[in-house]
Design a protein around this ligand. Structure first.
Ligand code: PGA
Ligand code: ZN
Length: 415
C-alpha cells in the first residue's frame, strides 16, 4: 500500500496574478506529489464551482483561503491513510464529502488539486511516466497531440479588443516537428501585426491582442501564414456565450442573429482553411449548435481540408452527462476537455471515454489563468488527444506546457 500521509495546500498566484491553490500530497514512504490548479475567465454556466473567499479586502474577493482550509482540514481528514494508487476511491471520497452536484461546498479547485497530486503519486509509485499512467487508466493509446497555438487573443482574454476569443494556428505532427514551425509562424505574425500598429499588447493566453476593423481581417492574416507553413490550419474559439446579449451576438458594434452568425461561419469555412470552430453559439442555444454541425457534416471545404470540427467547451464543461447528451443530439463532433471544469481526474477520464464512445475527437485544454503545472500536457498525450490548447508563446506558463510535451516525446521514444 502507498498510504497517503500528509496533505498540505497553500495559496499561490496564477498567470493573471489571481490567487489559486497549490498542494503537496506525501506518502508514508516520503514520496511527494504536487499540483496547482488553473482558472478560467470565460467560464461556462454549468462548470463545477471554483471556490473563492469573496472577501473584497483581500485580492478583491478572489482569495482561495477557504479552499485551502477545506483541503488542509476536511479533505486531509478523509483522504489521509488512503491508498494513493486508488484514484477512483480518492475521487469518490471527495465527491461524497462535498455532497453537492457542482462541488460547491469544498470547491472544485480544492478537490482537483488533491486529485491531480494523487494521480502523480500513483504514476510515481508504479514507476511509469504520468502520461503512461493516464493512458492505462483511460484505456487509450498514447499519441502526440496536434498543437493548437492561440496566436491572437480576443474576447474576455483581451478586453474585447476583438470579439472572438481565440484565433488559433493548428500545427500537425509531433511536438518536435510542430513546435519550431509554430514558433516561427508566431514570430512572423508579430512582425506582420507591428507593421500596422507598433504597440501590440499580449492577451491572457500569451498571444497577440491586436485590433482589426473587420471580422475577416484576422482570418486573412492567418490564412497567409497557413499558405506559408504547410501542415497548418486555423481554429477559432468564438466563446460565443460572452458575445450573446438579449438574444443576439454583438460583434464589432454590429448585432448578429443566430441565423446571421451561422451564415458568417459558412462564409468562413468557404473562404479560409478552417480546422475547427469552438463554442460557436451561446452555451444554451443547442439547436444552433445542431444546425452548424449538420451543415459542416456534409460540407467539404473548397480548400481540401477534412471535415471542419464543431467543438463544445462551455456547452459540455467536461461533464460526462452533458457530453453524452451533446453526442446523442449531434450538437457537436468534438469536445474540449478541461479537468477543472468538472473537478476530479476520474470524472475527466469518464468525459474522455464518453467522447470516444461516440467516435468523436478530444482536444485537451489549459485555462486562461495558468500555473507552472504541466498536467494537461501529460493528459493530452496519454489520452491520445486530437489536439492540445496550451496558448501562445508570450507567457512562461504556456511555454512550460510545450517544454513538457517535448520531454514527453523523449520519454516515449526511449521506452
Ligand atoms: P477560459 O478560456 O480558460 O478563460 O475559460 C479558455 C476557453 O474558452 O477555451
Ligand atoms: Zn473555449
Amino acid at each position: 500500500m502507498s498510504c497517503i500521509d500528509v496533505i498540505q495546500a497553500r495559496e499561490i498566484l496564477d498567470s493573471r496574478g489571481n490567487p489559486t491553490i497549490e498542494v503537496e500530497v506525501s506518502l508514508e514512504s516520503g514520496a511527494i506529489g504536487t499540483a496547482a490548479v488553473p482558472s478560467g475567465a470565460s467560464t461556462g454556466e454549468h462548470e463545477a464551482v471554483e471556490l473563492r473567499d469573496g472577501d473584497k479586502e483581500r485580492y478583491l474577493g478572489k482569495g482561495v483561503l477557504k479552499a485551502v482550509e477545506n483541503v488542509n482540514e476536511k479533505v486531509a481528514k478523509e483522504i489521509e491513510g488512503m491508498d494513493a494508487l486508488d484514484q477512483r476511491a480518492i475521487d469518490r471520497a471527495m465527491i461524497n464529502l462535498d455532497g453537492t452536484p457542482n462541488k460547491g461546498k469544498l470547491g472544485a479547485n480544492a478537490i482537483l488539486s488533491v486529485s491531480i497530486a494523487a494521480m502523480r503519486l500513483s504514476a510515481l509509485m508504479e514507476n511509469i511516466p504520468l502520461w503512461d499512467a493516464i493512458a492505462k487508466r483511460t484505456g487509450t493509446t498514447q499519441q502526440a497531440p496536434r498543437l493548437y497555438v492561440n496566436v491572437i487573443n480576443g474576447g474576455v482574454h483581451a478586453d474585447f479588443r476583438l470579439p472572438f476569443q481565440e484565433y488559433i494556428l493548428v500545427v500537425e505532427g509531433n511536438t518536435n516537428e510542430a513546435l519550431p514551425i509554430a514558433h516561427e509562424a508566431f514570430t512572423k505574425l508579430g512582425e506582420l501585426l507591428r507593421t500596422h500598429d507598433t504597440d501590440v499588447p499580449m492577451g491572457d493566453e500569451g498571444g497577440y491582442a491586436p485590433t482589426f476593423d473587420t471580422l475577416e481581417q484576422p482570418f486573412e492574416l492567418l490564412a497567409s501564414l497557413v499558405a506559408e507553413y504547410p501542415g497548418t490550419s486555423i481554429a477559432l474559439d468564438a466563446a460565443a456565450s460572452e458575445l450573446f446579449h438579449n438574444g443576439a451576438y454583438q460583434l464589432l458594434g454590429k448585432s448578429y442573429s443566430a441565423d446571421e452568425l451561422l451564415a458568417f461561419y459558412r462564409e468562413l469555412v468557404e473562404r479560409f482553411p478552417l480546422h475547427s470552430i469552438e463554442d460557436p453559439f451561446d452555451e444554451d442555444s443547442v439547436t444552433d449548435f445542431i444546425r452548424l454541425t449538420a451543415m459542416l457534416e456534409d460540407f467539404s471545404t473548397p480548400l481540401g481540408a477534412k471535415k471542419v470540427l464543431v467543438v463544445g467547451d462551455d456547452l459540455t464543461v467536461t461533464n460526462p452527462v452533458r457530453i453524452s447528451q451533446a453526442m446523442k443530439y449531434k450538437e457537436i463532433n468534438a469536445v474540449l476537455i478541461k479537468p477543472n471544469q468538472i473537478g476530479t481526474v476520474r470524472e475527466t477520464i469518464l468525459a474522455v471515454q464518453e467522447t470516444y464512445a461516440a467516435d468523436c475527437k478530444v482536444i485537451a485544454s489549459h485555462r486562461s489563468g495558468e500555473t507552472d503545472d504541466t498536467f494537461i500536457a501529460d493528459f493530452a498525450r496519454g489520452i491520445g488527444a486530437h489536439g492540445i490548447k496550451a496558448g501562445g508563446f508570450g507567457q512562461k506558463e504556456r511555454l512550460e506546457k510545450y517544454d513538457r510535451l517535448l520531454a514527453i516525446e523523449r520519454e516515449a521514444e526511449t521506452r
